[in-house]
Design a protein around this ligand. Sequence first.
Ligand code: 89V
Length: 348
Amino acid sequence: MGNVLRFAILGTGFWSRFQLGAWQEVKDVECIAVYNRTRSKAEVFASDFGIPTVYDDPKKLLESERLDFVDIITGVESHEDLVGLAAAFGLPVICQKPMAPSLAAAERMVAECHLAGVPLFIHENWRWQAPIRSISKVLAEGVIGKPFRARIDMISGFPVFKNQPFLRELRHFILTDLGSHILDVARFLFGESNSLYCQHQRMQDNIKGENVATVMLKTESNVTVLCEMAYAENYLERECFPQTLLFVEGDRGSAELTPDYWVRVTTDAGTHAWRCPPSRYSWADPAYDLVHASIVPCQANLIAAVRGDQAAETTGDDNLKTVRLVFAAYASAESDAVMRREQDGRWI
Ligand code: 89V
């Protein structure tokens, strides 16, 4: 590979603009082509960002362009085919979360990339948010001792369907769209879980899937983690979108993420508080600053792995564990039962 890595973006919807904006912050990568099934959309995107070539056939793109990796930012239902195509061309592939519309599809994608010998990375940015990284450092340094219980909340009345109308059509909504992030944060902060219980509800008529969910996890290291999620367009005194609020209890203190990016750590020395606001980028939508800013370190980590300089945090293998949690949560809610993780990582 040369110094500048050449890549193509597959999919030019709402999120692609921000991922491309973030790629501009990461050194030595160049987007040289874009694909969208609706050619006119790809053309608008390419002209906005000065990308030289446009395709409405992903195979033609891969046949015609000399690439170092591809970045798939299409709807979830096309991920498996496009990842398979990139793997057939021997290209490292970054795929947007959620990895796949079913656990079986995610397993096939991971297996196919292994078979082809190409690295698969999942674009899972939530854990890269500045306040979440700050909390993870507090936990790793043992400041609050051994954590025994945590609450991870993302309860919002933000009108998510305005910018992402396709979310209304998902039969599996909040646990795949937001649960993928929140359950990944639970894994990132507290490790793998052994048991899980979930309840979910659909609290809006004009959407297909559930928009409220609660998942309770028991981790291998004995932390009880309660994850509460809602995109309910409900009435909240203080809207914090897109902040994740957190409360962790340890045997020597507690740590919190509170509104306006405040981290607060309480030990017998008192409460120490500091703010972790996101970086502001001109290409980011101010309503999503925290999320959009987290794309930059996420992509920096993935590209370092494409170069072979550093391990990626969110490989296909790693993210499969998050996907398993998401679908174990659906299975739990459907059967109103506690799910348990087997030795091989599957949930029953
Ligand atoms: O990041 C995402 O997955 C977005 C949103 C923040 C709206 O959940 O879909």
